[in-house]
Design a protein around this ligand. Structure first.
Ligand SMILES: Cc1cc2nc3c(=O)[nH]c(=O)nc-3n(C[C@H](O)[C@H](O)[C@H](O)COP(=O)(O)OP(=O)(O)OC[C@H]3O[C@@H](n4cnc5c(N)ncnc54)[C@H](O)[C@@H]3O)c2cc1C
Length: 389
């Protein structure tokens, strides 16, 4: 094989293009400078300040894949994954705020909205509107298509009645993709997606959850009591919403993998710095081989998780099959995040257990990776189905 053929064989997965590297670095520098000083306060108050949200819009992070013609960044899904990773290295709650906007809401609109809907909603989302994605209900989580939110036709409108639970960005969102059924007896074939706008009659935001981790990210109940949705706000075809739900979540979970990789990197950064400074027995604890090996193992696992996330994201952008890889990257990176953050707490000793130091929060934040956008058992089910045929 000559040199040209070797080059054509492909670029290493973690080698970024100049544009990707500049983008990732600028997002990380922004997060380090503007978000890091606020992390503890946001966690305690369970709130993202408006000026941080404004900054995320100014940075173009709320419309990464939206075409430039609609006011967005015109970038790729991989860029969105890089942004979620870079933000989560500092604060995974900001990571998921940006993640839902880009990899679920905007992603679904880019794929299924009509030209008219794109013209209406994409410029809003790129500049000021916050999106949410409402599928789960109290009785339907893993069994998502058992949803009970009903919708019936009345003239030019659809009338939506039901309750959604656990909706990320629910407190802030003003454009929400809501899944409901036009016919419960039709099973998944009744499911239809709607774009609900804040201010629609019959729509209110209910209880905000008090959570273990990613506390600054709002998680709310959404209530629809005969909510009037114009027919122009149906997303995709009536009865085909299940495809939107499945396909968007298949892609979205790659970015949850990125959130977990960023979070684990943040914990490892802290652990490396701290073990280099903390002295016991007359030397830095990083000089003990046992500690070095623990850090080396964490770095190895993190590298593997990052490769899996980048591979799945690159496959998605290359329009290659990625279902198995997406499920694998989510389950693996969420487990790595749990292990690396746990190690970071251990290496901080007593200081790891208190809120004055940053790793306690990352340890709490890591847990969600095994729950949302499909629990670990559901990821294993997807992988098993693919490999067993
Ligand atoms: C912080 C947070 C944010 C969220 N954000 C959103 C959002 O923005 N939009 C949205 O629509 N939803 C959101 N969710 C909901 C989330 O996707 C669900 O919680 C998740 O899918 C699990 O559903 P469940 O909670 O009903 O658990 P269940 O489905 O009841 O699962 C409970 C346990 O049973 C296991 N289990 C269930 N079925 C099987 C099976 N067939 N085989 C083996 N094990 C099984 C699960 O793995 C899990 O361990 C969010 C949840 C949280 C906590």
């Amino acid at each position: 094989m000559n040199a040209t053929n070797t080059a054509a064989a492909g670029t290493p997965l973690t080698v970024l293009s100049d544009d990707e590297r500049l983008f990732r670095d600028s997002v990380y520098q922004f997060a380090d400078r503007e978000i890091r000083p606020l992390v503890r306060e946001m966690d305690e108050h369970a709130k993202i300040p408006q000026h941080v949200i404004d900054k995320l819009f100014e940075m173009g992070l709320m419309g990464i894949e939206i075409p430039e013609a609609h006011g967005g960044g015109g970038a790729t899904f991989f860029h969105a994954v890089l942004a979620v990773e870079a933000l989560s290295r500092v604060d995974p709650a900001i990571g998921v705020f940006v993640d839902v906007q880009n990899t679920l809401v905007i992603n679904a609109l880019l794929r299924w909205a009509t030209a008219e809907q794109k013209q209406r909603f994409l410029p809003q989302l790129a500049s000021r509107s916050i999106g949410a994605y409402a599928l789960s209900e109290s009785g339907s989580g893993s069994d998502a298509f058992a949803l009970a939110t009903r919708v019936t036709r009345r003239g030019d409108d659809w009338i939506l009645t039901g309750r959604k639970l656990w909706i990320t960005n629910g407190h802030e969102a003003d454009r929400i993709i809501v899944f409901a059924t036009v016919d419960p007896s039709a099973g998944y074939r009744g499911i239809t997606a709607f774009i609900v706008e804040r201010g629609f009659e019959g729509f209110t935001v209910g209880k905000k959850e008090d959570k273990l981790g990613i506390r600054a990210s709002s998680t709310c109940e959404l209530l629809f009591e005969e909510c009037v949705v114009p027919a122009a706000n149906v997303l995709g075809e009536v009865g085909r919403g299940y495809r939107i739900a499945i396909e968007t979540l298949n892609e979205g979970r790659i970015a949850i993998g990125a959130q977990m990789v960023g979070l684990a990197q943040g914990a490892l950064d802290h652990a490396i710095k701290y073990t280099g400074e903390r002295k016991q027995f007359g030397k830095a604890i990083a000089e003990f081989q046992a500690v070095q090996h623990q850090l080396a193992r964490a770095a190895t696992e993190l590298h593997a998780a990052r490769l899996m996330v980048y591979e799945a994201a690159r496959l998605r952008d290359a329009r290659q099959p990625f279902l198995t890889e997406a499920a694998m990257c989510k389950i693996f990176s969420s487990e790595v995040a749990e292990r690396v953050t746990s190690l970071a707490v251990n290496l901080f000793g007593g200081y790891g257990f208190v809120k004055d130091y940053p790793v306690e929060k990352l340890y709490r934040d890591a847990k969600i990776g095994q729950i949302y956008e499909g629990t670990s058992n559901l990821q294993l089910q997807t992988i098993a189905k693919q490999i067993l045929g």
